[in-house]
Design a protein around this ligand. Structure first.
Ligand code: AVJ
Length: 336
């Protein structure tokens, strides 16, 4: 998964600037020299972006958060009983402010379940805040927080945290991946878990296409601001001069593939200079930057994914509209 080459860009024939893969600088450069251009949604979540995402979760149009909260509320007792069978390490990938996970934490804690909580998030500020809040609310709960990307975190957990694990991958974060990335990610988790460990993944389901479209084209423009914030982040952290008013947000939904794709579109021909690379990037009028995938799934697609990545599907937990599922898979076939 981690490749060890680096992009080199020649400037003035003599300055060669090299960056490490998986850093903001490397990925921004790699994305902006491509055609069509891309940026990675994993960089949405600086302190400001994490705050904007918390606003998105409050939007009337953005149903996934409420659906998943309802699922966890409805099924928290069943999940408690599942975790009673062992001492569980509850690993929360992309914990954020853990608004939803707290439904489980609260229920488990009040029922005296012995467990450890391990939140993982790429945003150090989010992890920091969460850990403090949890210590306040649940003084006896062991919390070990990890502020890094999923892959590094999982490797750390694999080597440092023996014992039964329930890995939570909530909120349809899996929707950000292409099918290939999805399989790679799920297979990596399979490799880093033990037989009978569990993975609970939130999948946003295919549904009325307009409901989906509206969730990413909210009337208050918060989602546009969320995307625009990455251009702002590049301005701040890499010394860019993106004119934020000269890019507009657009999100499409294809009901066949289930992919919502989000773009920032240059409304005119323009140059964007980025100091970190000591060079400009040319945009044609109406040239796109792909910002994010937010994939929606059919149940059959979910089950095919599980099978392809050697999991056994235990159950799909639904909200009452069947808009969303938290799908519980068991790691299987390790001892074969
Ligand atoms: C956090 C990746 C699940 O794709 O629905 C919300 C992010 N983007 N609105 C999603 C997001 C635009 C969200 N995920």
């Amino acid at each position: 998964m981690s490749t060890s080459y680096s992009i080199q860009t020649t400037v003035d024939n003599e300055n060669i600037v090299a960056f490490q893969p998986g850093t903001l600088a490397y990925d921004v450069l790699a994305g902006l020299i491509k055609y069509p251009k891309t940026l990675s949604s994993k960089y949405f979540y600086d302190a400001k972006g994490s705050k904007i995402f918390e606003q998105i979760m409050q939007l009337p149009e953005y149903y996934p958060t409420r659906c998943e909260a309802q699922i966890l509320e409805t099924h928290k007792q069943a999940l408690l009983e599942m975790c009673r069978k062992d001492y569980y390490h509850l690993v929360d990938l992309g914990a954020g402010d853990a608004a939803k996970t707290r439904i489980l934490i609260d229920h488990f804690y009040k029922n005296n379940l012995r467990f450890e909580y391990i939140p993982v998030d790429i945003s150090p500020s989010a992890v920091q805040e969460l850990t403090e809040n949890l210590h306040q609310a649940y003084p006896l709960l062991p919390v070990r927080s990890v502020a890094t990307d999923y892959f590094t975190a999982l490797q750390w957990i694999h080597s440092q945290v023996p014992g039964r694990k329930l890995v939570l991958f909530l909120g349809s974060n899996i929707g950000n991946f292409t099918t290939e990335e999805c399989k790679q990610f799920l297979s990596t988790i399979w490799q880093l878990l033990d037989e009978d460990d569990r993975l609970l993944t939130g999948f946003d389901l295919k549904k009325n296409a307009n409901v989906i479209r509206n969730a990413y084209n909210d009337s208050s423009g918060i989602t546009a601001e969320f995307n625009r914030n990455l251009l702002q982040r590049i301005n701040i952290e890499l010394g860019g001069n993106f004119n934020l008013d000269a890019f507009e947000f657009y999100a499409s939904y294809d009901p066949v593939s289930g992919f919502v794709k989000s773009y920032m579109i240059s409304t005119k021909a323009q140059q964007v200079y980025i100091e970190a690379f000591k060079r400009s990037f040319a945009f044609e009028a109406w040239e796109t930057i792909h910002m994010e995938n937010s994939r929606k799934f059919g149940i059959r697609e979910i089950e095919e994914l599980a099978l392809a990545c050697r999991y056994e599907v235990e159950t799909h937990l639904f909200d009452n509209q069947q808009y969303f599922t938290d799908s519980i898979w068991k790691v299987a076939g390790k001892n074969r």
